[in-house]
Design a protein around this ligand. Structure first.
Ligand code: ZN
Ligand code: ZN
Length: 116
């Protein structure tokens, strides 16, 4: 699971929809009160931003005409250690990683492809 936390407009269809699915997975994980320590340690998740991030992704999905059918369940994160609840993603690092591994996302950043 990974929250990219980059501008959703800079994400290709695959990564936009992928992060959205992973946020729903993350909420499921938290509802089962599982540990997310490994993800936090690698800077891949930002628990306190789940709902704002979900809204931002859904706004961009809607703008592109993708469908969103599944409301995000609310979840209690009180069981997480405070340091994990406060985990953050570095958006600049994430953006460089995303653009390095995905030519479609990289193209959006260059403004070469406005077909999305
Ligand atoms: Zn959703
Ligand atoms: Zn991509």
């Amino acid at each position: 699971m990974r929250m990219w936390m980059v501008d959703p407009r800079l994400m290709c269809r695959k990564h936009l929809l992928g992060e959205h699915v992973e946020i729903h997975m993350l909420v499921g994980t938290l509802q089962r009160r599982k540990t997310i320590s490994g993800f936090i340690q690698r800077g891949l998740l930002q628990p306190e931003a789940i709902y704002l991030r979900h809204d931002a992704l859904v706004d961009e999905m809607t703008a592109r005409g993708y469908r969103h059918r599944s409301p995000l369940d609310s979840v209690c994160m009180d069981y997480l250690p405070p340091a994990e609840r406060a985990g953050t993603v570095n958006p600049a690092v994430a953006l460089a990683d995303l653009q390095g591994r995905c030519p479609d996302c990289a193209k959006l950043a260059d403004g070469q492809d406005s077909s999305f």
